[in-house]
Design a protein around this ligand. Structure first.
Ligand SMILES: CC(C)(COP(=O)(O)OP(=O)(O)OC[C@H]1O[C@@H](n2cnc3c(N)ncnc32)[C@H](O)[C@@H]1OP(=O)(O)O)[C@@H](O)C(=O)NCCC(=O)NCCS
Length: 424
C-alpha cells in the first residue's frame, strides 16, 4: 500500500512550482489528475525541447506519476466537468496567476460549496500586500526572498542559485501544507485553503540570513571572512562568498586538476573540534599549539592564510582523495560534484534518488526520483503522461460519464480530441 492511496488530486498546476508538489503526492500514491488546456497543455511540454516532437525534459521530469485530461473550464461543458472533478477529488492544487481561477468562475468559496471536504492549495508569487497581483518566476522569488542579496561575493553582484528554491522549494512547502490539511481533515471532516507564496518560501530557506541581519545590529559577524579581513560591515547582511553559514570557517578550495576541470574543487571546513587533525593532515603540526592559532577566535584574522595553506595541500589531491583522507579523521569536506558525475553515480540509482524512465516519444531518459524515502510506502516512478492521454479514462472511470453523456462532453470540444487508448 502507498501512503496516499485513495487520495485524488485535481492538479491544475503548470511550469515548475505546482508540478513539483503534485509529483510528490503522486509518488506517495495519490491519483494525480493533471488538467491541461486542450491542444496546448502545460507550457513546459514545449519549452527547452531537445527531442523534436517529444515532450521536453522540463515537462517529463516534473510530471511523473500523473494522468492527463484536456479540459477547458471556460466552456459550459468544461465547467460541468470541472465541477464533477471538484466533487470527486480530495485536493485541488493550482499555481495560476492571481485571480485566474476566479475568472474561470471557480473562486475558493464556490469550490468549497461544491465540496466542503476539499483542500485547495495555491502557490502565488507574493502573499497578500502590495505585490499580490504580480506574476512571479523562480529568479524573481530568489531576489524577493532575500536569497540573491546574500549569495555571491562581497565585491560582485547579487547572484541567483542553481537550486530552484523559488519554484521547487515552494512546491515542497505546499506539499507539506497539503498533507497537514489532510491530516486535520481526518479529525474535522472539513477541507481548508493552503497557500504558499514563493517569496515566503525562499525567505524560509534563507532563514539563517535573517538571523544574521539581527546579529549585525549587535556587532560584526565574526565568522564572515570579511571580519577577519578587517572590512567593515554595512547595514544589511553582506554576501559571504563560500563562507559556511554555521559559524565554522569553510571555503571551496582547488584540488588536483583544477586548471582544466571546472569542478575539481572541494569544500573544506576547519571545524574547531578537529583543528589538530587539520593541522596534521596538511603538514602544519606546529599550528596546533602556536600562539594566535590555538582557538577559533584567534584564527579568525588569519583565515585567508590558513585556507591558502590548506589549499596548497588539497591541490596535490583529487577531490575524491581529499574526501577519502579527511573523512576517517572527521574533517568535514565535500567534493564539488558535477551533474555529469551525479548522473553517473550508480549508488544513487540503487536508492531510487536517480531513475531511468522509459518514454514512448523520447525513449529512456534520466530523472531525479523521490528524495523522501518512506519505509512502508515505496516509490515507483512512472513516466509523465502525454497530453490528454487519459481524458476518456478519467471522464468515464473517475467521473462516471458514459453513452450519450460522454459523447456530449466529447462533442462539445471542451476536452480536446480524445485519444483512442493510452500509449504504452
Ligand atoms: C507562472 C505564471 C507567471 C505563468 O503566467 P501565464 O503563463 O500568463 O499563465 P496564467 O497562470 O496567467 O494563465 C494564463 C491563462 O490561461 C488560462 N488557462 C489555464 N489553464 C487553462 C485551461 N485548462 N483551459 C483554458 N484556459 C486555461 C488561465 O485561466 C489564464 O487565463 P486568464 O488570464 O484569462 O484568466 C503565473 O501562472 C503565476 O504567477 N503563477 C503563480 C506563481 C508561480 O507558480 N510561479 C512559478 C511558476 S514555476
Amino acid at each position: 500500500m502507498k501512503a496516499l492511496e485513495g487520495i485524488k488530486v485535481l492538479d491544475f498546476t503548470h511550469v515548475q512550482s505546482g508540478p513539483t508538489c503534485t509529483q510528490i503526492l503522486g509518488w506517495f500514491g495519490a491519483d494525480v489528475i493533471k488538467v491541461e488546456r486542450p491542444g496546448v497543455g502545460d507550457a513546459t511540454r514545449q519549452q527547452l525541447v531537445d527531442v523534436p516532437g517529444a515532450d521536453s525534459l522540463y515537462f517529463t521530469m516534473l510530471n511523473h506519476n500523473k494522468r492527463s485530461i484536456e479540459l477547458n473550464p471556460k466552456t459550459d461543458a468544461g465547467k460541468e466537468v470541472l465541477t464533477r472533478l471538484i466533487e470527486e477529488c480530495d485536493v485541488l492544487v493550482e499555481n495560476f496567476a492571481p485571480g485566474a481561477l476566479d475568472r474561470m468562475g471557480f473562486p475558493w468559496e464556490r469550490i468549497q460549496e461544491i465540496n466542503p471536504r476539499i483542500i485547495m492549495a495555491s502557490i502565488k508569487g507574493f502573499g497578500p500586500g502590495k505585490y499580490q497581483d504580480c506574476k512571479v518566476y523562480e529568479n524573481v522569488a530568489q531576489c524577493a526572498g532575500g536569497s540573491a542579496s546574500t549569495t555571491g561575493f562581497r565585491d560582485g553582484p547579487p547572484l541567483v542559485t542553481g537550486a530552484q528554491i523559488g519554484d521547487s522549494g515552494t512546491g515542497l512547502h505546499l506539499c507539506l501544507g497539503i498533507v497537514t490539511a489532510l491530516f486535520q481533515r481526518e479529525k474535522t471532516g472539513k477541507g481548508q485553503k493552503v497557500s504558499c507564496a514563493m517569496q515566503d518560501s525562499v525567505l524560509n530557506l534563507a532563514r539563517v540570513k535573517m538571523r544574521d541581519q539581527q546579529r549585525l545590529q549587535r556587532g560584526p559577524l565574526r565568522e564572515y571572512s570579511q571580519y577577519g579581513e578587517g572590512i567593515p560591515f554595512g547595514e544589511a547582511v553582506p554576501r559571504a562568498g563560500n563562507d559556511s553559514g554555521g559559524g565554522q570557517p569553510g571555503r571551496i578550495l582547488k584540488c588536483k586538476g583544477w586548471e582544466t576541470d571546472p569542478n575539481a574543487y572541494t569544500y573544506f571546513i576547519t571545524q574547531a573540534a578537529v583543528w589538530d587533525q587539520v593541522c596534521d593532515v596538511i603538514g602544519a603540526p606546529e599550528w596546533k599549539d602556536a600562539d594566535g592559532f590555538r582557538t577559533p577566535a584567534e584564527r579568525l584574522d588569519k583565515l585567508n592564510m590558513i585556507f591558502g595553506r590548506i589549499e596548497d595541500w588539497t591541490m596535490t589531491k583529487t577531490k575524491f582523495e581529499v574526501m577519502d583522507i579527511c573523512n576517517p579523521l572527521n574533517i568535514p569536506v565535500g567534493p564539488i560534484l558535477s551533474m555529469k558525475e551525479i548522473s553517473e553515480d550508480e549508488g544513487l540509482y540503487q536508492t531510487g534518488t536517480m531513475v531511468r524512465v522509459d518514454h514512448p516519444e523520447r525513449g529512456e531518459y534520466l530523472s531525479v526520483g523521490c528524495p523522501i524515502k518512506l519505509s512502508d510506502s515505496p516509490v515507483e516512478v512512472t513516466r509523465s503522461p502525454l497530453l490528454g492521454e487519459h481524458t476518456t479514462e478519467i471522464l468515464s472511470e473517475v467521473l462516471g460519464y458514459s453513452g450519450e453523456d460522454l459523447d456530449r462532453i466529447v462533442g462539445s470540444g471542451a476536452v480536446g480530441k480524445p485519444k483512442e487508448k493510452s500509449a504504452a
